[in-house]
Design a protein around this ligand. Structure first.
Ligand code: FAD
Ligand code: SF4
Length: 513
């Protein structure tokens, strides 16, 4: 069992016999240094693994568990696995498909070199399989999450109204989506109110138990130079915790989740978000449970359709879709760099020491909690790297390191594809680019900033705005072929050559900062 496969109903545990079978688990330092992981990311994995081990043992199973602080620990997953195979001499090694291509290759290699046979089983945590996604992708010139999502809604009977005809957009089904439309995204982009969001419900707390406290101490000691803080570690590490996190969200935050999904507010890292991605990616929480609970809230009149559909789309749509994209395009996907970006990741991504308030807020809370919500990741930290021209691999390494929910199958398509457009349009039909005006519209960050979001030149010019025009200018030829970029490129044409010269010079200075 790998560290992100902690579901008791895992296919790897089917028909397990305590007399015949051993569950093998290992904590290894290499998995925390391969990406220079945030301390909270390391801690959540280790704590959840140890709780899972205890639950298996209480259920009478034999667990061969290697602790990180075991003096015999060989330090890497392949060496530990090879050692376990020598020690236990299994006839067969049974594993659920790992969440990372690299790990799957490693498993195959190590078992191949032994006398054991390997069985790689489907991960039944997900609602679709890589093979199903490949069938969906076959023959399509361009993939779009929306069509895959509709298929998933129908297949799993989620938020469907029986009978009648639907909204007709490339769709010949007789099933109608609940409310008549498949997607209520246009209702989910409310700006932050002038006075900000007040009376925000505090998310539930998960005070570390003895086992988690031991892990926190171990991480603090072994990974002292790693980024991030542990003082505020407050994440679910068991299925019961995860269920409590979900229930609390459904009751207190789901009703306004849709409205303020894209809003950002200083000093408020969580707003109305669910905070369940880490629990779900470790498999402590089944996505079906989350989907059903949200749909029930709608049917009971406890949450509006725009919020419930929006939440379900993230899980049944985006989450399954990005996994499909990952397995369809790996291993080549990791090396995609469509825009030829070669810049280094700015130092302040590890310290939050920058005068740009939006980045200071988003990176600051990331280092504190290992968390930032989607729009902060996409339209603040991701956007800045894209506009600045940072090498997408460096950006990927950062995202894989700093979030408690980071596992490669979900992180990579979101970062390299959706946020950096390095896949040339597999994930997104155009680069997600905007100037400081977008941040100003969706947040209160600019009010506390020394820069001016509406200025592209001069000392007070917002670096995002300068870099936005410079990005369009640098890539104008390449983007001319992207239909949804027409408007933005047209606006660029209105800039005089003098202004563009000033923008280019300032952008160059910003890139060196
Ligand atoms: P909510 O906003 O409350 O959403 C509910 C759930 O929907 C999430 O828990 C998550 O499971 C799912 N979800 C939402 N958006 C996405 C998405 N784009 N892709 C997949 N699932 C989604 N998510 C990860 O789980 N791990 C990552 O490593 C990760 N890296 C990202 C990197 C970038 C650059 C971007 C733009 C997004 C990334 N996401 C990642 C997606 C998303 O930002 C997080 O899932 C979300 O912020 C988690 O917080 P939450 O549980 O409060 O989510
Ligand atoms: Fe960010 Fe620019 Fe706004 Fe400052 S002015 S917070 S840098 S968008």
């Amino acid at each position: 069992m790998l560290g992100d496969q902690l579901n008791a109903d895992s296919a790897a545990l089917d028909d397990l016999s305590p007399e015949r079978d051993v569950v093998w688990m290992a904590e290894v330092a290499a998995e925390s240094t391969h990406a220079w992981s945030h301390k909270a990311r390391i801690a959540i994995f280790l704590s959840a693994m140890r709780h899972f081990r205890d639950a298996l043992e209480s259920a009478g199973m034999r667990v061969d568990y290697r602790r990180l602080d075991d003096p015999d620990n060989r330090g890497s997953l392949d060496e530990e696995l090879a050692g376990a195979i020598e020690r236990l001499a299994p006839e067969r090694v049974v594993v659920v498909q790992p969440g990372e291509w690299r790990v799957e290759q490693m498993l195959r290699r190590v078992v191949d070199e032994s006398a054991a046979r390997l069985s790689v089983l489907e991960d039944r945590h997900f609602l679709s399989t890589p093979a199903e996604f490949a069938r969906h992708a076959e023959g399509r010139k361009q993939l779009r999450m929306e069509y895959f999502y509709r298929e998933m809604r129908r297949k799993h009977g989620v938020l469907m109204a029986a009978g009648g005809s639907d909204d007709g957009v490339e769709d010949r089904s007789d099933d109608r989506p609940e409310g008549g439309a498949w997607n209520y995204d246009q209702e989910n982009r409310k700006k932050l109110p002038k006075a900000g969001l007040t009376d925000l419900p505090a998310p539930p707390s998960f005070a570390p138990d003895k086992l988690t406290r031991e892990v926190l101490e171990l991480v603090e000691e072994r990974f002292a130079d790693h980024p991030g803080e542990l003082d505020t570690f407050d994440w679910p590490v068991t299925p019961a915790d995860a269920r409590r996190a979900l229930d609390d969200f459904i009751e207190h935050r789901l009703p306004l989740f849709g409205d303020y999904q894209d809003a950002m507010q200083s000093g408020e890292p969580f707003l109305y978000h669910a905070l369940v991605s880490a629990a779900m990616n470790l498999k402590l929480l089944d996505p079906r449970t989350a989907i059903r609970a949200a749909e029930r809230a709608y049917r009971d009149g406890a949450a509006p359709l725009n919020a419930v559909e929006g939440f379900i789309r993230q899980i049944l749509g985006w989450r399954e879709y990005v996994r499909g994209v990952y397995w369809l395009h790996m291993p080549g996907y990791l090396d995609r760099n469509e825009l030829g970006a070669t810049g280094e990741l700015p130092r302040f991504y590890w310290t939050a020491e920058t005068e740009m308030n939006c980045l200071r807020e988003a990176i600051g809370q990331t280092l504190q909690h290992g968390y930032a919500h989607h729009i902060q990741r996409l339209m603040v930290t991701g956007l800045y790297c894209l506009l600045r021209g940072v090498d997408p691999k460096r950006v990927h390494e950062w995202y894989l390191a700093v979030y408690v929910d980071a596992v490669e199958w979900v992180e990579l398509p979101n970062t390299l594809g959706m946020s950096q457009y390095a896949d040339g349009g597999v994930m997104a039909s155009k680069p997600y680019i905007a100037s400081g005006a977008y941040v100003n519209r969706m947040s209160d960050y600019c009010r506390g900033c020394r820069y001016r979001p509406d200025q592209a030149t001069g000392d007070d010019a917002c670096p995002l705005t300068t870099l936005y025009w410079d990005f369009l200018d640098r890539h104008r030829k390449q983007l001319a072929g992207v239909p949804r970029m027409r408007m933005q490129l047209k606006n660029l044409e209105r800039k005089s050559e003098d202004e563009l010269e000033e923008i280019r010079a300032l952008a160059e200075r910003r890139r060196r900062e």
